[in-house]
Design a protein around this ligand. Sequence first.
Ligand SMILES: [Zn+2]
Ligand SMILES: [Zn+2]
Length: 399
Amino acid sequence: MSSNSKIRVIPHRGMRQIGGVCTEIATDEARIMFDFGSPLEGEGDQNPLDIEGVTKGAVDCDAVFLTHYHGDHVGEIPNIKAGIPVYMQKTARRILQAQQEHKQCLGQEVWAPGVKELEYSVPVIIKDLTITPIESDHSAIDSLMFLVEGHGKRILLTGDYRMHGFHNERMEKTFREIGHIDLMITEGTNLTKDYKGAYKSEKDVEAKFKEIKDKYKYVFLFTSSSNIDRIAAFSRQVPSGQYVITDNYQKRLQEIADEERENKYKSHKVLCYGDNLDAKMNAWGFGMVIRSGDKFYQIVKEYFEKYPDDTILIYSMWSGYKSIPEVKKILDIAPRQETVHVSGHITKEDLKYVIETVSPEKLLVHHMQTWYEKETKIDLFTAVEQLELYDGGTVEISF
Ligand SMILES: [Zn+2]
Ligand SMILES: [Zn+2]
């Protein structure tokens, strides 16, 4: 091994935008991509990733590892060349497949069946690099961090994560016990936002669900279908004797998730809405998980008209989505509503804590809105060397 050997880290996209993340980690032998996402609508560089050996030319890439199933991390996978293996956590892969099959009618490509499944903490060795998937916590279930090791060097790639989900204790333990890290690549979604929400954690959100369900007979939860932990928490707070109702698609997602879940995080029995349930729904009350669209719109409208005093809608997504026309359409017919939500991303305070705990040799923050001011940087991460890099730049770690 020559003395000038290096591990190279190249963020292809995502240094100064949230969506469309893709990070390369390579040696002279191995070349691996982490995430291959689509940009968020209207945010940052909108051009598809265009990488020699990955999306064009002769194949020169050993694998693509995906942290989780959100589109800003997986959306451009159909553009990679055939023959490059893609890896993902196994339950997350099954969720992604169900999503793709559901959206097939909208022209979504179903590529998830070809993805190789990862087990937590079981390393994959690719030439001179070892990639270990670590269980994380995010608003997409079964999301991963990756520890990449080779030639005595260790890189931690966090993916999207937070310290206020249901698995905060496990997250703390992971960071405390991770050992020496030469380079930490972390998301910084909330670095440019001051979090002002009323709720601090998923547990607070679940407690609020209970409080609301105790008070109201007919409760609608308006949330993202992929926020499966949140939906499971809501279902757990619907008292026995009342139905948890949604449509076939959401029911299927909850069932896939529950196959490998600890009992305390499983959903309550979820039923698919049908006319045959109407009489019992009326008589006993319910908790219903809804999305935008006509089917749910009609049911929400009907209950608010028939039982205005006993009906409430819980809005449980980022407040920015409230202006989307299909979302607004449902909110407009719900005279009683309450917003109950926490971010899927780590807060600024927690990020500072995590960086101090891991204490990496070098730090790279990506997946954030804009490059923040130097003063903020000093305030947040005093003891760690933070790299300033643009998309396409390279960090070299010598070994
Ligand atoms: Zn995400
Ligand atoms: Zn993301």
